[in-house]
Design a protein around this ligand. Sequence first.
Ligand code: NAP
Length: 242
Amino acid sequence: MLAFVSGASRGIGAACAVELARQGCDVIINYNKSRAAAEEVAKAVVARGSKAMLCRMDVSDPGAVNAVCSELVRMHGTPDILVNNAGISISGLVQDMTEDQWDALINGNLRSMFLLCKAFVPGMVSRKSGCIVNISSMWGQTGASFESVYSASKGGVDAFTKSLAKELGPSGIRVNAVSPGCILTDMCAGYSEADLKALADETCLGRNGTPQDIANAVAFLASDKASFITGQILGVNGGMVI
Ligand code: NAP
């Protein structure tokens, strides 16, 4: 099995790449800026007995995705598993957000998924099999103050996931999303200790999540154990949203 993980140089994507390798997948590790970190992820994948391919590409850039993914398909075939994880976060009052920030969030978090699906779905449809796991956010379900645009991008991810599940199910392709709560990665670096404690206190389990918590859910949804699950948004948030 071949998996493609977008934004796999750090955080949740890196954990997904290594967990999928543990389950026996070869992994294409996409990154944009963090080459050295992506190389470390590749070493971890290889250490688990799988092949690792590094792929630099800005997944929000249509030209780059079209060119690089065509070459990937030519060299390795269409991936069996697509994990759409790459994303960014920008916080602020809606009246302070710029149109450029809107574009960066929508393109980085939502257009990127559309572009990667356009690149890989045709091969999955021809093969009549495939699995797509999108990384959403609990804020896409609940909305978040100071995160209206980020939340809108993730609400879009949820709707895109459900729609694609309906469109691609007849072709034997499952499409699901994992919707994380607060996960301790670089994305949360802006939170103070007090903020993180307050977020942990809002969960039923009294803690924030780890990248491995999300990787476990992604690997499950990507596996045959989830063969009757599609169109679902799986919350992995310690019970913060029920
Ligand atoms: P992170 O630690 O900031 O890592 C982001 C990753 O995405 C990096 O590998 C980065 O690559 C990559 N990336 C960003 N823009 C990219 C682009 N245009 N093209 C290619 N790669 C790009 O973030 P994270 O916390 O792991 O977040 C991963 C996903 O989980 C995101 O979709 C995020 O919205 C979602 N999420 C996170 C949390 C949380 O609390 N952490 C909660 C809910 C949802 P480079 O460094 O190589 O540029």
